[in-house]
Structures are given as C-alpha cells and as structure tokens.
Design a binder for this molecule. Structure first.
Ligand code: GLU
Length: 448
C-alpha cells in the first residue's frame, strides 16, 4: 500500500534553527495528516564538523516541540557499509567508475579552464588495470546529453541540462561516500515518498535523481521550501532573530506559538492567523507552500505567544513557569491578573516576582503620597479577606473624607512599592491579610 513517508534530516553541526524547525513541521504535518510516517535522520558523516552538543540540542528541541517522529532514528555514520555496497553495485553495473586523476592534475587543469567536466571524465571508459599508487575516487556516469527534469511541488517544473552536471564523485579516495550519495540512498531505502526541504538543496536534487535512476529506485516527490528572510528581504541573521529553537524556548516562547508562527510563515489559509495543531493538520498541503521567501515579523510571534498564554489553565501555567506556587484560589487570581499582560513566560515570571517579592521602598517613587492616606492605611486590617469579592466590597465601602484615588495610590505604594500594576483588590487577595498588613507596616515604618 502506498504510504506518505517524510523525513527531516539535520546535520549535527549546529543548533536547530527556526528554518529547520519549519521544514520539520511541514514534514511532520504531511506525514501525520496522511497517517504516514515521519522519520528523523541524523546526517552525521562529516566527522570534523559534527558535535555531540549539537546533536543533543537538536534532539532536545524536537522533544520540546513534541513533533514526534517514528522509529527508528537513522544515523548515517552507522550505515557506511550499506552505502559502500551500493557504490559497488554501481561499479559492477558500469554506471560508476574509478577515476585516477590526482589532485595535482585537477589543479593544473583548473588553472587552464573553468570547465573541468570533460577533463574529469578521463577515466569514464577506462578498461585498464588499476593504477598503482593512486587511490581512486568513484565517479558516477552522468548523462552526456538531454536534461534532468523534475516537478517541484512548490516551484513547478525544473529542467537542468545534462551539460550542467559532471560525473560527480560518489566515493572519496578513502572509500567514504559523498553527501548526495548517502542522501539519495537513505531516502530510497527508507521509502521516502515526499522530500520536503529547504531550497538551498535544490541544486543537489538533479544529482540525487541520477543516483536513484542508476540504481532503479523510485524517485520521490520534491518540495523545496523558500528560505525565511528578515523584513528587508535579506538572509536572517542572529540580530533579526535567527536564534536556535531552544533560545526561543528559553526566552519564554510557547511551542504552540512558535509552531503556529512558523506554519504561517510560508503557508496561508485565507487570512487565518491562529492555527491549533488540529487545524494545521486539516489545512496543510505542501503543494500550497508559498513560492517566495517569507519575511519574519517577530511582533506577530509575540502576539501569538500572548494569545497562547491566555489560553493556558492554571495547572498548565504552573508547569510551564516552574515556580514554587501552590495551586489555590490566590494563585489562580495571580495568574489571571497577569495573563493578559505577559507576552512571554519570562515576562510572566517577572510579573509574579514583582508581586510576591517584598517591595523595596524608594523615596523618589512615592514623594507625592498624601500623609492623610498614609494615616488611613491600617484600615485594611478591618477588611474581610475571605474572598476577592469581600475585599472588593470593603474597598468599595471605604468611607474617607478625601478622594479614594489618593488612598489607592498610597496602598499601591505600600503593597507593590511602585505605581502601576495589577488591580489592588486582586493584589490584596493574592497577598492575603498577613502579608498585606506586614507590607503596610513596613511601608509606614519606612516613612518615619
Ligand atoms: N542535512 C541537510 C541539512 O541539514 C538536509 C538534507 C536534506 O534534507 O536532504 O541541511
């Protein structure tokens, strides 16, 4: 039975960035919506540039986003024997050949001409004995005429003339396979039906197609996703927000917001901006991915993040914030009071700390506080702290011979140590009677 199988194939040479995560999301969605498979393949053959730290951070980012992949996870470094057996197959069927050109010969030819294609074919039909002392590379026999054509699901028909493709190397002189070779072999052996990847790989595709064809493998469909750029249309830099996925997490971005943001950055469905995972699965179709680079607008990410923060229950927020707070009415009031003010979880934490940590009273901040209001602050002792409503009622029923706003200003300074902030009734309820009275006392002391 035909099954949609997609894969995401990071090289563990650096962190997972948002462009990579977007590609992974598209691969994930297409596989899951079709009840297919989504594979994760670690392209770790470049031993000089690989690092365990990069691999760990890629896997951690995957775990965080919950884009679950199917097993097994493939590691190219563990499959060298398989690649070598396919190189041998191509040699045996004369679709590839040993090339004994030395580096020096290639270099001296390069001085003479830019077009090395014919020169590199010197051993294409060589039938002689192996040349002693020269460890050969293996080159594939690329077609000498005609075109390589494929239909890109996003970009449309792509035609590359054979004259643009040389007999490229598929195994180095030490026998190790090259990049395009292992990608094609792995995609074929894991029966990838749809290759969705960044369009920086579009020039590799004709070469990979030649490998498929030489080995009689079915060629998958290709979708080359345009890059993410900054608002000026240039390549994203760190300053523009080209951060790693885990840096977004650490900045207090919710995974729902980041995935929604990346989904929209390259895919539209009318003017809908907010997509749950269920909705993304419903509407996604790789052939409708935008065919032009997508400009990153980070204020949209902040907007989405605050939207998703507002949707969270107390339980969910407590587990996200990882703060030592009890699950009770007061905490619920605290979280509700701050929900609509926080763009990120980090803002949220700061907001909580600014209420729960004892204020430091600063002369400059409250120079305009009225002595009359200071004298009335102890009235809070008579408030009924049973519920938020009873506190609000007490505030409402206060009998003062001056304006309530003047009292509130003093109370705010006493409770929070600064002007502005959440509703004072809520603040009293969150802090509770003992803490509220303690703060009022400390504040009055500081005024003496
Ligand atoms: N390993 C490649 C990369 O990290 C991806 C190759 C592919 O998707 O075909 O860019």
């Amino acid at each position: 039975m035909f099954m949609i199988v997609t894969r995401f194939a990071p090289s563990p040479t650096g962190n997972l960035h948002i462009g990579g995560l977007r590609t992974a999301l598209y691969c994930y969605l297409y596989a899951r919506k079709n009840h297919g498979k989504f594979l994760l393949r670690i392209e770790d053959t470049d031993t000089e540039r690989n690092s365990q730290a990069a691999l760990d951070s890629i896997l951690e980012a995957f775990e965080w986003t919950e884009l679950e992949h199917d097993s097994p996870m493939w590691f190219q470094s563990k499959r060298l024997d398989i690649y070598k057996s396919y190189i041998q197959k191509l040699l045996d069927s004369k679709k590839a050949y040993y090339c004994y050109l030395t580096k020096e010969e290639l270099e001296s030819e390069r001085q003479k001409t830019k077009n090395l294609k014919d020169f590199t074919r010197k051993y294409r039909d060589y039938e002689g004995a192996p040349i002693q002392g020269i460890p050969p590379v293996v080159r594939i026999k690329a077609p000498l005429s005609g075109d390589v054509t494929f239909i890109d699901g996003i970009k449309g028909k792509i035609v590359i003339s054979a004259s643009e493709i040389d007999d490229f190397v598929i195994a180095r002189s030490d026998g190790t396979p090259t990049y395009n070779f292992v990608v094609a072999i792995d995609d074929a052996l894991s029966e990838i039906s749809d290759v969705i990847r960044g369009d920086d790989h579009v020039s590799n595709t004709p070469k990979q197609i030649l490998i498929y064809e030489a080995l009689g493998f079915k060629v998958p469909k290709f979708y080359h996703v345009p890059m993410i750029c900054n608002e000026a249309g240039a390549k994203l830099s760190k300053r523009d927000g080209a951060l790693s996925v885990l840096e977004y997490r650490d900045a207090g971005i919710l995974k729902e917001a980041l995935l929604n943001f990346l989904f929209r950055l390259g895919f539209s469905h009318g003017d809908q901006e907010i997509f749950s995972m269920k909705e993304m699965l419903e509407v996604f179709d790789p052939s409708e991915i935008n065919n032009s680079a997508s400009a990153c607008n980070f204020s949209k990410l902040m907007w989405l993040n605050s939207h998703y923060i507002k949707q969270k229950s107390m339980k969910e927020l407590l587990s996200l914030l990882k703060m030592d707070l009890e699950e009770n009415k007061r905490t619920e009031c605290l979280l509700e009071a701050l929900k609509s003010r926080a763009n990120t979880l980090n803002d949220f934490k700061l907001g909580i700390e600014s209420i729960l940590e004892k204020p430091r009273y600063d002369e400059k901040m409250d120079s305009k506080v009225s002595p009359l209001a200071l004298a009335s602050l102890p009235v809070v002792e008579d408030f009924d702290f049973q519920s938020l409503d009873s506190i609000k009622e007490a505030l409402h029923n206060l009998k003062l011979d001056y304006k309530i706003g003047i009292f509130m200003q003093a109370l705010r300074c006493a409770l929070l140590g600064k002007p502005g902030g959440i509703d004072l009734g809520e603040c009293l309820f969150i802090l509770g009677k003992d803490e509220s009275l303690e703060r009022i006392k400390a504040y009055l002391e500081s005024k003496k």
